[in-house]
Design a protein around this ligand. Structure first.
Ligand code: ADP
Ligand code: MG
Ligand code: MG
Length: 877
């Protein structure tokens, strides 16, 4: 097979659809060349070579020749020769995986320079300052990336020279300064490596290629892939590209830009550049870059060309582009383009705008926002009414607000988060080593860097609130504190940052839930028009129901009634009910609870206005409602100390007895669910009465009510038969009393393996199924949901499980059971309505699976409803 693909100068062999083979960067460089956009020529070594190299630790046989041929072609195209003493060809060696991994792989620039060719470059360009600037950059980059010498060591040399020559900016360095830096840098290489800086360009090239491939497996790259679910066997490509120079003087420069604002989505060219600079200078935050629009005055011709190219690229790729460019003595070159990372608000606005501009259709628009971005949109913001002490302001790099304790290193971030703290990572600037720490932090604050700095790009990608370039901060790494003026903030002090405004605030500021933007409404409406899977919500109270409706829920898929028992003003009655020794006694207390439950249901029904409401009968073990034994014992001791009458103490003693009596060894598999309804039918009857009375009363007011009554934890069809008969009798009684007919149904949860295996029998009795995937996961794995924290993390680390099955539905086991349940259920009850309730109903992967299974709906918590609407639509595309 072919391992090397050339691009540029009329000999482009790749195209953008070849990204798996050429990596994102290489494929798009080829595509730009194909579009006639000025790209410095070069060639791409495929990802396949990387995979082979990493597997066998050697290259395929033909590779050497292919690379040499490609170099020859490149020499022809540029009219320069690698290592030439008079006019050397210099190249960059750049990594590029299938999908962009910001900052993961390092680039080496100006490769091909040595003690002789630097003189040639200097004479050829008549610019020795430039030539030696290139050389000192090359040695430090090569030293760092290829030879593994700490970059710091080279930076020290630079800083020392600047101090010595009493200058502050890199651009002020004289030729002699630069020559001195070159010499010192070479000494460092000799000292650190025990060999001289390699002078043969070809050797430099092959060493750099090795280094790029090796960098695929550096720790930071591995961590990034793990966090982002990128397969390890994809590998990276290597791009070797002839250099263009942004450091040739005042009409040269380099920059990065987005075709639209990646933070807000506004359709305006957005970016930064530096005059007389090279490569990463802009992103590295070495000098403060200028805003892109000022380039129009600075180098007008190149600016206009740049704007035109951006338009062309957007039209071609039909998406917002993130570009890198360099201007060499007034002439523009494009060095990279890719679909730009963006914040959630920007993603939404851009998708909707592009439909309106006729660039994409609605189905495509719906795929342009990820579930986690929708999630971000629903993230908290700072309560504008709360008092807040803004102590500093940086750039608003990634929106959303975050509150946490200050930490200064990634290790500390991970350490404290493990201890259960929420932290904000505060750094001078972040680097790829900080990915792990950023991932666990609530937000990130940096002193240096612009809107395209590492922290900003990664923060936006992760959806982490992020404030960068906050220059007022004075960090002392040793003292573990930072100062803003005379205010000192120590490690583990609370701060709040607002990534939408750039504000840094002392202490913990209250956050509020965000509003849904008009664009997101539009996008979700489009999603509704595409999806077939229904989306309901889990809600136990009117406020949640209302919120869910606003967020687009089509009904309630799970209304848990136990939460209604916990309310402060009723827990006494509930406890008395549970404490009752006889049925008669129990009924007296149930009568007290009845009106309260009825009122709950009335309110929820009112909010839902004719939309289906699935109500689950009491499910948890009764002892959950009782006080803890040690709490009662404390109380008894208190009473004894106060000298309270023995009668009162005896009463509490009997409570203890009852609690002990109700104690179960395995409550999750114990006296709960429909087992309660069968042993204490009066409890379920009270609930039926509350529901149907509420429905009747509302019906008389002209409000339509559609209750779906759901029996939990059925494992045997007889359990459903018995409870259902009770439900129907009580319902009939109530409807007769009110002389109203209510259109209700009785169905069941399917959450036990036995229910699944006998779903054909159960379906004859049931009017709907709701898969309770939490319990079904517990009972299928035999994992106690409350105890899994002890081993699941290890299971995931060791690769025994890919995900926590309580978060992401286990398709192979639980999912297969569901398939059986669905098939059997619909066999005896064609068209039986089925859904999922439980945490999985709001989890993207599980929603896609629910859609595949042909379920009628998913039900999830209110704030997951928009995610479910979007994913359900994406699942069909
Ligand atoms: P990253 O993937 O980290 O963005 P790149 O390979 O894009 O790394 O290289 C970083 C920067 O180096 C580019 O943005 C560009 O400014 C500079 N660069 C890379 N190749 C060249 C080249 N051939 N000529 C001039 N500058 C280059
Ligand atoms: Mg780049
Ligand atoms: Mg359950």
């Amino acid at each position: 097979s072919k391992y090397v693909y050339s691009f540029g100068a009329g000999q482009t062999e790749g195209k953008s659809s070849m990204r798996d083979l050429l990596g994102g960067k290489g494929a798009n460089l080829a595509e730009m060349a194909n579009l006639g956009i000025p790209v410095p020529p070069g060639f791409t070594i495929t990802t396949e070579v990387c995979t082979i190299y990493l597997e066998k630790n050697e290259y395929p046989d033909s590779i050497l020749k292919e690379i040499k041929d490609a170099v020859l072609k490149l020499e022809k195209a540029t009219g320069k020769k690698l290592g030439d003493k008079k006019d050397p060809l210099l190249v960059s060696v750049r990594s590029g995986a299938r999908i962009s991994m910001p900052g993961m792989m390092d680039t080496v620039l100006n490769l091909g320079l040595n003690d002789e060719s630097v003189i040639g470059l200097s004479e050829k360009t008549g610019n020795s300052r430039f030539a030696y600037d290139c050389y000192r950059r090359f040695i430090s980059m090569f030293g760092d990336v290829v030879l593994g010498i700490e970059f710091n060591k080279f930076e020290h040399i630079l800083d020392a020279q600047k101090t010595k020559s009493k200058i502050s900016s890199d651009t002020e360095l004289s030729v002699d300064d630069l020559k001195a830096i070159v010499e010192e840098s070479k000494k460092i290489v000799l000292k650190e490596k025990g060999f001289a800086f390699p002078q043969e360009p070809e050797k430099q090239l092959f060493m750099a290629i090795d280094a790029v491939f090796d960098s695929w497996n550096t720790e930071r790259a591995v961590i990034y892939r793990r966090i982002n679910n990128i397969p390890n066997n994809w590998g990276t490509a290597v791009n070797v590209q002839s250099m263009v120079y942004g450091n040739m003087g005042e009409t040269s420069g380099t920059g990065v830009a987005f075709t639209r604002n990646p933070s807000t989505g506004e359709n305006r060219f957005f970016g930064e550049y530096l005059i007389n600079a090279q490569g990463e200078d802009v992103v590295a935050g070495i000098r403060t870059p200028s805003e892109i629009s000022t380039l129009e005055k600075c180098i007008p011709v190149a600016y206009k060309q740049l704007v035109d190219i951006c338009k062309k690229l957007e039209k071609h790729f039909k998406d917002m582009q993130d570009i890198e460019f360099t201007i060499q003595e007034g002439q523009l070159f494009m060095l990279q383009t890719r679909n730009g990372k963006r914040t959630a608000p920007a993603a939404t606005k851009i998708a909707v705008d592009m439909v309106n501009e006729g660039l994409i259709d609605k189905r495509t628009a719906v795929t342009r926002i990820t579930p986690s971005q929708i999630d971000q949109l629903l993230h908290p913001m700072i309560d504008p009414k709360a008092p807040q002490k803004v102590v500093a302001k940086g750039l608003p790099a990634s929106p959303g607000a975050a509150v946490g304790k200050v930490v200064f290193t990634s290790e500390d971030a991970e350490h404290w988060v493990e201890k259960g703290e929420r932290v904000i990572l505060v750094r001078t600037e972040t680097s790829p080593e900080d990915i792990g720490g950023m991932h666990v932090s609530e937000g990130v604050l940096t002193v240096r860097g612009g809107m395209t700095s590492h922290a900003a790009v990664v923060g936006r990608g992760m959806g982490k609130p992020c404030v960068v370039g906050c220059g007022d901060l004075l960090i002392s790494a040793e003292a573990k504190n930072f100062k803003i003026g005379d205010i000192e903030i120590k490690e583990l002090d609370f701060i709040t940052i607002d990534g939408s405004t750039g504000c840094v605030i002392l202490g913990q500021v209250p956050l509020i839930e965000p509003e849904i933007s008009p664009e997101i409404e539009v996008l979700l409406k489009w999603a509704d028009g595409i999806r077939t899977l229904g989306v309901r919500t889990n809600a136990d109270n009117p406020a949640d129901a209302q919120k869910a409706l606003e967020l687009g829920a089509e009904g309630i898929g799970l209304c848990r009634t136990e939460h209604m028992f916990f309310e402060e003003d009723r827990i006494a009655a509930v406890r008395a009910m549970i404490m009752s020794e006889t049925k008669e006694e129990r009924e007296i207390h149930l009568k007290k609870i009845l009106p309260m439950q009825k009122e709950d249901f009335k309110q929820i029904f009112k909010v839902m206005r004719g939309k289906p409401v699935t109500i689950r009968y009491l499910d948890p073990p009764l002892h959950e409602f009782l006080p803890k034994v040690h709490e009662i014992q404390d109380k008894i001791r208190e009473l004894q100390a106060e000298g309270a009458p023995q009668k009162e103490i005896d009463k509490l003693m009997s409570v203890i007895n009852r609690v002990i009596n109700l104690h179960e060894l395995n409550p999750m598999l114990g006296h709960r669910g429909c087992r309660l309804g069968i042993t204490y039918p009066e409890i379920y009857n009270m609930q039926t009465r509350a529901i149907i009375e509420a429905a009747c009363e509302l019906s008389k007011e002209g409000i339509i009510v559609k209750p779906e009554l759901m029996i939990p934890l059925v494992g045997h069809v007889r359990e459903l038969e018995i409870t259902k008969k009770d439900v129907q009798e009580t319902a009939a009684e109530v409807m007769k009393e009110y002389n109203v007919q209510i259109d209700y149904t009785v169905g069941t949860m399917i959450e036990l393996p036995r229910a699944v295996m006998t779903a054909d029998q159960i379906a004859k009795e049931a009017e709907f199924f709701s898969f309770g995937t939490n319990d079904l996961t517990q009972t299928t794995f035999g994992f106690s949901r409350d105890d899994v924290a002890k081993f699941i993390p290890l299971y995931i680390e060791d690769g025994i499980l890919a995900d926590d099955p309580f978060a992401v539905l286990d398709r192979e086991g639980v999912g297969e059971l569901m398939k059986i349940g669905i098939e059997k259920g619909r066999k005896t009850h064609p068209g039986l309505k089925m859904g999922i309730c439980g945490e999985h109903g709001g989890e993207p992967n599980s929603i896609i699976f629910a859609n595949e299974l042909g379920l009628n709906y998913v039900s999830c918590s209110p704030y997951r409803v928009p995610i479910a609407r979007l994913v359900a639509a994406q699942a069909t595309i």
